[in-house]
Design a protein around this ligand. Structure first.
Ligand code: ZN
Length: 240
């Protein structure tokens, strides 16, 4: 089975469409690590498309924010403005779908899906200490996570050593715990503006990390037209 793994799409229609076109024929099923909405100008388009996948999906903090499940005081001004706009804009069907998404970990086919970390859905795995804590708190040898918008991840060896993984191809083995981030489709923060995604092949136990250039200007225009903070568009050019 080959899974297309998507995370942090963030209501970016052009990025999602480009990834689906590029990944076409390379997967048998889709998995979604959350933050379907927030920041971007097309929450209904993206939620409508994601609902048609019928993909196992975990909720992200921006999904929760858009449907009133968390306090917006944790968000910076631009994130708060976008969360308020998103919650006004969502159709009742999409709001109900987002509100019903489970928190991670969700177990699939011998591995697990989380938005932030296996130990806390809102935690960021940004380095060795967080990776070690996540590995210790996970009952799966392989977890896919998002939330940081940084493609790659960590191999935590049973001796406690931590190695960063990616870019390119990652081979999963049994001697370590693997925490892998496909990167963000709709708002990359690792210095590459290309939409990020991954394919996990369960038969070969390989993860391929991919980037797809897309029409950033189209998304920026739509952000401005929606009246969302301009910074949310400008950061897409730099991928930061
Ligand atoms: Zn996110």
């Amino acid at each position: 089975m080959r899974y297309l793994i998507l995370s942090d799409i963030h209501a970016n229609r052009a990025a999602l469409d480009a990834v689906l076109a590029d990944a076409s024929g390379q997967y048998d099923g889709i998995l979604n690590l959350g933050d379907v909405v927030g920041y971007g100008p097309d929450p209904n388009y993206v939620a409508d498309v994601c609902r048609t996948f019928s993909a196992p999906t975990v909720r992200g903090n921006h999904d929760k924010a858009a449907v009133g499940l968390i306090d917006l005081e944790w968000f910076n001004a631009a994130a708060r403005a976008s969360a308020e706009w998103t919650s006004r804009t969502l159709t009742s069907e999409n709001a109900a779908w987002l509100a019903g998404l489970p928190s991670g970990p969700v177990h699939i086919d011998g591995f697990s899906l989380v938005h932030g970390s296996p130990v806390d859905e809102d935690e960021y795995i940004t380095g060795g200490p967080e990776a070690r804590e996540a590995a210790a708190g996970s009952d799966a040898n392989l977890s896919f996570f998002g939330h940081t918008h940084v493609q790659g991840g960590f191999e935590v060896h049973r001796t406690g050593g931590v190695r960063m993984v990616g870019p390119g191809s990652v081979v999963i083995d049994e001697s370590s715990t693997w925490l892998i981030n496909p990167g963000s489709v709709g708002q990359p923060r690792d210095g590459d503006p290309g939409a990020a995604w991954a394919v996990y092949d369960t038969a070969h136990r390989t993860v391929e990390l991919h980037r797809t250039p897309y029409d950033v200007l189209d998304t920026v225009r739509r952000i401005v037209d929606a009246g969302l903070p301009e910074i949310l568009g400008l950061r897409l050019y730099r991928g930061l």
